[in-house]
Each structure stands twice: as structure tokens, then as C-alpha cells.
Ligand binder design. Structure first.
Ligand SMILES: C[S@@+](CC[C@H](N)C(=O)[O-])C[C@H]1O[C@@H](n2cnc3c(N)ncnc32)[C@H](O)[C@@H]1O
Length: 391
């Protein structure tokens, strides 16, 4: 979609075309295009069908708002999911009226949440189409009086003039997604220079950010949504002078801060707990082990074991059936004896190829189980277990 096609989409005629295209989502693309082409030219037909398809996909991230918003394919892919952006905006804006500068706003997932939390947001992005889309989103959601969006480079913003700097640098390069902050755009050194001039800053980064890139004076928060780790947020400045590590689970806003507690090592007991990925990324396995009164069967691996069935949002619990040294033959026999035909295979600290193992097990029973491939005190092991959902 190009800039002119998007501008035309915002005209009354363009909006009619978009409305008709939305009615055709899911229809055969040739049939849909032929139908729209009876009334609209090729460029508007294509823009309307593309936008209708993007709105449909965007529902997973933006819910009902998606039907009012506008997207680009990259912009949608990079946008923060509404629940995650809302969590961050709530944390940031405890009390309305903050002036925020968003240094690389994309299609506006975060700026919308910030404006809704009561902030006034000045946003920039280097891409003119993206800026037009973010502007249209602020207007479509009734936030235009609190938001300005301008085509500019992040390096040109003046964070000194704001209460808070927000930045969510692009993590895509021509070769795909990058885990290297030095390959972010705007580049990490530019972002850190802006942070150094800001009173408070909030940076969204990849959950796999290497720890050495986390500034000493920042709190790092890993956020997962329905069990998937979505991002890390780095917070600096503010009255509370946050530091340390934290994990947050959404929905529900459960949050766990690092206390430095270390888990003891000990044998596999009646239950195995698999911590949420956000807790693992935030190095909070000791804190989760404390919550479930557990221990680590292997000090280097993030499975926890305990003897009590403790309910916690921080870990999935499994009831242990048997622990075996890893051997295909023994595992196959153990599963056959149990008439297992369907296994969920989990692994941590094991190099076994899960799909190959599944084939090699040649299961044919009628029951289901979970097997955990891991190392226990450095020995390849398998734990046969069953989900033990919260009471
Ligand atoms: C990850 S997206 C932001 C997504 C946004 N937070 C949201 O939720 O929709 C990053 C954006 O940074 C923009 N960008 C890249 N380099 C930039 C720079 N030097 N200055 C300003 N924006 C830049 C890209 O065009 C892209 O739209």
C-alpha cells in the first residue's frame, strides 16, 4: 500500500470501498476484486481489500478497535498488542497529564494506549505512510486532541521537553528479525543517548535482549501474555527510581520482582513445575521455586520440583509418574505399558529432536501423557507426568 492509496482510502469514497471490502473478507480474492472493480479503480480496490484483510488480522491484537483502525503489514506485525500496551501505559501514567514523546511510534499501538491512559503524546516515525496511519488511528479512536504525529528521525526529538521518553525501536532488518540491539532502528546508541537526556524513559525491547544491554539504572520487566513472552520493557528514572528485574503475566497483571533468593537443588518429587517464560527470562526461577516450596532437580535448568500441589499463575504443574534415565527403548516400553498413544513432549536442557523422537516412539495406545526431556544433575533424563491443573 502506498501513501497516495492510503490517503484516498480516508476519503468518503475510500471509506465506502473499505466498508464493501470488509464485507468480502474471506471471499475468493478474485471474486472480491472483481466485485469492487465494478465501482472503484484498481488502486483503490487493492488498497481497500488489503486494509480490510489487515483489519481482520488485527482483531487478534486490537480487538474491536481493529475495525476502526488502519494498518500497514509491517506496522501491524510490529505493533504492541493492546493489552500489553495498556499494562505499560497504566504503569507509566499513574495519574493523568504526563507529556510523553514516542520516538518511533509505528502505526500507534503504544501511543493509543498512552493517550487513553491520559497522556499527551507527541510521536515521530521516519516513515511517512506509517505516520499517516498513526495519525488516522488517533483520529479514528477519538484521541486526536492528545496526539501529534510527525515525520522525523528519533535522533531529532528533545526528550528534555517531556516527562517521559517512550521508544519501541524496530527489530526487523532486511534479513528478518534481529536479537541484536545494535541492529535496532533507531539504533541502540541513539536510544540510549535520548534516555540519558530524559527524566523518565520506557523502552520496549525484545524479550531476548542480552543482559549486558540493560542499563544499570533500569528496571527490566518481562511481560508474557497467555503464556507467551511478548517483550521486555526497560524503565528508567521517575520518583521510584526503579531497578532490578520483574516479570508480569497478562491478562491479570500478576507481577513478581526479583528478591535474589536462590533455589536449592534436590531430587524430583511428586510434582514438577514449569515456570512461565517471563519468569525464566527475568531469572526469577528462585522466586518461583520459593512460591511453590520447590527445589531444582538440576541447578542449571529451569524445572522446579516439589511435593505439594501449590497453585500459582507463575508455573504449570505436572504430577510425576516416573523418572527415567533417557533411553529410547526404556521410554518406548514405559509408554507402551501405559497404553500411551499421544504424548506432549517438553524439553529443557536436552538436545533430543522432538519430532524424530515422536516418530521413533511409534505409539499406538489410547491414552495421553506428558514427557519432559531434561538433564538431572547433568544426566539426560525423562520425566513421565500428567498435567495437574490448579484446584
Ligand atoms: C516496532 S515499531 C513501533 C511500534 C509501535 N510501538 C506500536 O505499538 O505500533 C518501530 C518503528 O520505528 C520506526 N523507526 C525506525 N527507525 C527510526 C528512526 N531512526 N526514527 C524514528 N522512527 C524510526 C519504524 O518506521 C517503525 O515504524
Amino acid at each position: 500500500m502506498d501513501f497516495d492509496a492510503f490517503r484516498e482510502l480516508l476519503t468518503p469514497r475510500g471509506l465506502r470501498a473499505l466498508g464493501e471490502a470488509e464485507e468480502l473478507v474471506g471471499a475468493d480474492p478474485v471474486v472480491a476484486a472483481t466485485k469492487l472493480r465494478r465501482t472503484y479503480d484498481a488502486a483503490l480496490t487493492s488498497a481497500a481489500l488489503t486494509q480490510a484483510g489487515l483489519r481482520d488480522r488485527a482483531r487478534a491484537k486490537f480487538g474491536a478497535d481493529a475495525g476502526l483502525m488502519y494498518f500497514t503489514p509491517h506496522g501491524l506485525e510490529q505493533a504492541t498488542r493492546a493489552e500489553v500496551a495498556e499494562h505499560r501505559a497504566r504503569r507509566l501514567a499513574a495519574g493523568p497529564g504526563l507529556r510523553v514523546v514516542d520516538a518511533c511510534c509505528g502505526i500507534g499501538g503504544d501511543l493509543v494506549a498512552l493517550a487513553r491512559a491520559g497522556c499527551t503524546v507527541d510521536a515521530v516515525d521516519t516513515d511517512p505512510l506509517t505516520v499517516a496511519v498513526a495519525t488516522a488511528n488517533a483520529e479514528a479512536l477519538g484521541l486526536a486532541d492528545r496526539v501529534t504525529v510527525t515525520v522525523a528521525d528519533a535522533a531529532s526529538v528533545a526528550p528534555e521537553a517531556y516527562d517521559v521518553l517512550f521508544a519501541d525501536p524496530a527489530r526487523r532488518t532486511s534479513r528478518g528479525r534481529t536479537f541484536d540491539p545494535l541492529a535496532y532502528s533507531p539504533p541502540w546508541p541513539v536510544v540510549l543517548e535520548l534516555v540519558s537526556r530524559s527524566r523518565r524513559a520506557c523502552l520496549k525491547v525484545a524479550p531476548g535482549i542480552p543482559y549486558e544491554f540493560i542499563p544499570d539504572a533500569a528496571e527490566a520487566e518481562w511481560v508474557s501474555y497467555r503464556g507467551d513472552v511478548k517483550e521486555a520493557t526497560l524503565w528508567t528514572g521517575g520518583d521510584e527510581e526503579r531497578t532490578g528485574r520483574r516479570a508480569t503475566l497478562l491478562p491479570g497483571s500478576h507481577t513478581l520482582a526479583a528478591t535474589g533468593v536462590r533455589a536449592v537443588t534436590g531430587p524430583v518429587g511428586r510434582y514438577v513445575y514449569e515456570p512461565d517464560g517471563a519468569a525464566i527470562r527475568a531469572h526469577l526461577v528462585g522466586e518461583v521455586a520459593e512460591l511453590v516450596r520447590g527445589r531444582l532437580p538440576d541447578p542449571m535448568i529451569a524445572y522446579i520440583s516439589g511435593d505439594e500441589p501449590i497453585d500459582t499463575p507463575w508455573a504449570a504443574r505436572y504430577e510425576v509418574d516416573e523418572v527415567l534415565p533417557f533411553s529410547l527403548k526404556r521410554l518406548r516400553t514405559a509408554l507402551r505399558d501405559r497404553q500411551i498413544g499421544n504424548v506432549t513432549i517438553k524439553k529443557r536442557g536436552s538436545a533430543v529432536d522432538i519430532e524424530r523422537l515422536r516418530r521413533d516412539l511409534r505409539l499406538s495406545g489410547v491414552k495421553s501423557t506428558v514427557i519432559i526431556l531434561t538433564r538431572i544433575m547433568d544426566r539426560p533424563s525423562v520425566i513421565i507426568c500428567n498435567p495437574s491443573p490448579p484446584a
